[in-house]
Design a protein. Structure first.
Lengths: 103, 319, 244
């Protein structure tokens, strides 16, 4: 099992006032993402727990790209991964950021 | 106290769509949000608390922030209810130490606050393969504690409803818990049973149970059989709204937990053995019960199925 | 211990127990300070199925209907639930639940209930027959389990040797009296050298704790470190929100 963090800088604070949200579920090919508005405005962070080892570089690339695209400033994303593919990871991260910005 | 997680499947982030969503496909929090009156759900120990299982890492497993069960309170048709919803996708919705303790705490709270200001009912959205083997002893004991607590809640005059329609069904101890509830609601996808078909096949051979024969699995363990034999009280079509309407309708008709009820249950269960005890398959039961076209009952659409008059004894209030 | 040895040591002042169908037992026995107690049970390592469960429940309900507060002792030497298509087709979950409910009703009506395990009991049979009384006693020969280690190994994909090693460090999954005692499932362990009749008399004479104390016991014995606290925490949040 691997646990690691990927930090990033965001151009701006994620919109909205929602404090936390959760999407997905830790199941085969899926992942659970808990997102919390707990960081300074220009910081973002993804914590990953995964039983599928050896893909850290891919995780980092996917996550940095997500930071670039979505600029989720102030948000901490915590992931319990069930072996999701990179595009599913991207989808869930974006879904969860959108949920936070929706209200 | 925050109310963090309102919807879990972000593609259903519009809450007003939830009641029409399919129960089977929905995540636990979405079932809760769609079942209860809008914006009334308050979660106890939400996922942001990260109260998780300490027993999974040694099996190289990652966990769930809520250990696979959502508990809290809300309103159903204006009435206060307590609710627990299992996440069937996470480790088969199985009971572990933390998971079980959350449900137990909820039931004890319902018992202790029963009365004028307490919950009108407890809703258990069961979606479970039974005990989580990595925590087998804790899961099994939690199931026994939950059974005891359900009966205490019922004894205090608060109905406990089982709602089953997810991918895991209600197996093992989950099947036993189901039958301890006051009323049981199932949809087409539900299986309610004790030993899983694969385990029967492993132990007794494929002649006894071909676990790959899905139609057989549903004839033996599935919702239609349970409903027609009196093992479930309502059979609903598959949306979250269908479950909601059934729950609202059943709450006022929950049998009390007392000797008269159990004596009636003793009789109906003994009668079932007498009438159908030598049947090998559900179709034999339907034939003996005098239902027309027994071979078609498993396949007809829900509307046609619901039009069937249940055999004598299946419609009862002895649970 | 054989059934005859169990009966002789638990009820030396007298007992009348019949063996019925499906491996079921029923009758009564004399216990010091309690008079006649109702005895029900499963013998011979017989799996617990629909036929046995309905018989046991019938006896328990008869004891409740008879009134009074005579203790009910459940002697358990079973296996798992009966694993058969017929039992599942007929709704085994309802029959096992019915037995659990009957025992719970008896306790609620003032009958002290105790299950005495002297053989195997697994899974659904363990829940319905052994865990559904207010106390569970393990005698020599007791083999409580949820599932055997080889099956757990197969399902969890952890090699059996690793699982056995792990079982030495935690009571949370392995079969046996010790781990199930540690987590609070087994109330008392009685050795063959002890005066079993006296212990039974003391057990039945002591009122059961108000409510289910097994999570508190699991914490005290350090076998389940989280369950009691989490149940308490959920209950506290529910109470804190009560007015809203």
């Amino acid at each position: 099992m691997e646990q690691f963090q990927v930090r990033g800088a965001a151009k701006e604070r994620a919109r909205g006032s929602r404090l936390e949200a959760i999407t997905g579920v830790n199941a085969s090919g899926n992942l659970e993402v808990l997102v919390e508005r707990v960081l300074p405005d220009r910081e973002c962070l993804v914590e990953v727990a995964t039983a599928v080892t050896g893909f850290r570089e891919i995780w980092e690339a996917v996550i940095q790209e997500f930071f670039e695209r979505s600029s989720p400033g102030g948000l901490r994303f915590s992931i319990n991964d069930g072996g999701a593919r990179p595009d599913t990871v991207t989808l869930r991260l974006m879904q969860s950021a959108r949920l936070m910005e929706a209200e | 106290m925050t109310n963090p997680a309102q919807t879990q499947a972000a593609n259903l982030s519009n809450q007003s769509q939830l009641p029409d969503a399919d129960w089977y496909e929905a995540y636990a929090r979405d079932r809760v949000a769609g079942l209860l009156d809008p914006d009334t759900f308050v979660e106890f120990i939400g996922p942001e608390q990260r109260v998780m299982s300490p027993h999974l890492a040694q099996f190289d497993l990652t966990g769930a922030f809520d250990d696979g069960v959502v508990v809290g309170r809300g309103r159903l048709d204006g009435q206060k209810v307590f609710i627990a919803a299992q996440q069937g996708w996470f480790l088969g919705g199985a009971f572990g130490e933390v998971h079980g303790a959350k449900v137990l705490g909820l039931l004890r709270a319902a018992r202790d606050s029963a009365g004028k200001d307490g919950p009108r009912a407890v809703l258990l959205l069961l979606d479970t393969g039974g005990v989580r083997l990595q925590e087998a002893n804790a899961g099994e004991l939690a199931i026994s504690e939950i059974i005891g607590a359900i009966l205490e809640v019922r004894n205090a005059g608060v109905p406990v409803l089982a709602l089953v329609g997810g991918r895991a069904g209600a197996f093992g101890g989950g099947g036993i818990i189901t039958a301890c509830c006051s009323r049981i609601i199932v949809s087409k996808h539900a299986r309610v049973s004790v030993t899983g078909p694969e385990v029967i096949e492993t132990n007794k051979g494929v002649e006894e149970f071909d676990s790959k024969d899905r139609a057989l699995v549903w004839r033996v363990c599935g919702a239609r059989t349970r409903y027609l034999t009196g093992g479930a009280d309502r059979y609903v079509k598959g949306t979250i709204k269908d479950f909601r309407e059934a729950a609202i309708a059943l709450i006022p008709h929950a049998p009390p937990f007392e000797l008269a009820t159990l004596k009636a249950e003793q009789k109906r269960l003994a009668d079932r053995l007498q009438q159908f005890g030598d049947c090998r398959d559900a179709t034999e039961i339907w034939r003996k019960a005098g239902l027309s076209e027994p071979e078609r009952i498993a396949d007809i659409a829900d509307d046609a199925f619901l039009a069937i008059a249940r055999p004598k004894g299946a419609d009862h209030d002895a649970r | 211990m054989t059934l005859d040895e169990v009966l002789a040591s638990l009820f030396p002042s007298g007992h009348a127990v019949e063996r019925g169908r499906s491996g079921m037992l029923h009758g009564s026995g004399k216990v010091d300070g309690q008079g006649d107690v109702t005895i029900v049970g499963i013998a011979g390592g017989t799996p617990l199925g629909v036929d046995g469960a309905i018989l046991l429940a019938d006896r328990v309900l008869a004891a409740v209907e008879a009134g009074g507060r005579a203790p009910i002792v459940v002697l358990v030497d079973t296996a798992s639930q009966n694993m058969a298509r017929r039992d599942e087709l007929l709704g085994l979950n309802e029959y096992l639940a019915h037995l659990a409910k009957s025992l719970a009703l008896a306790a609620a009506c003032g009958h002290r209930t105790a299950s005495i395990l002297y053989g195997p009991a697994a899974a659904g049979a363990f829940i319905a027959a052994a865990l559904s009384s207010r106390s569970l006693v393990a005698l020599p020969g007791a083999q409580p389990s949820v599932m055997d280690l080889p099956s757990i190994s197969r399902v969890t994909k952890l090699p059996l040797e690793d699982l056995k090693k792990l079982a030495k460090t935690t009571p949370i999954f392995a079969p046996g009296v010790e781990p199930l005692f540690a987590i609070g499932a087994v109330t008392e362990i009685w050795a063959a050298s002890e005066p079993l009749a006296l212990r039974l008399s003391a057990l039945l004479g002591k009122p059961a704790a108000d409510g289910d104390a097994r999570d508190r016991i699991g914490l005290e014995r350090k076998g389940r470190l989280l369950a009691q606290k989490i149940a308490e925490r959920v209950a506290a949040e529910a109470a804190a929100n009560a007015g809203k």
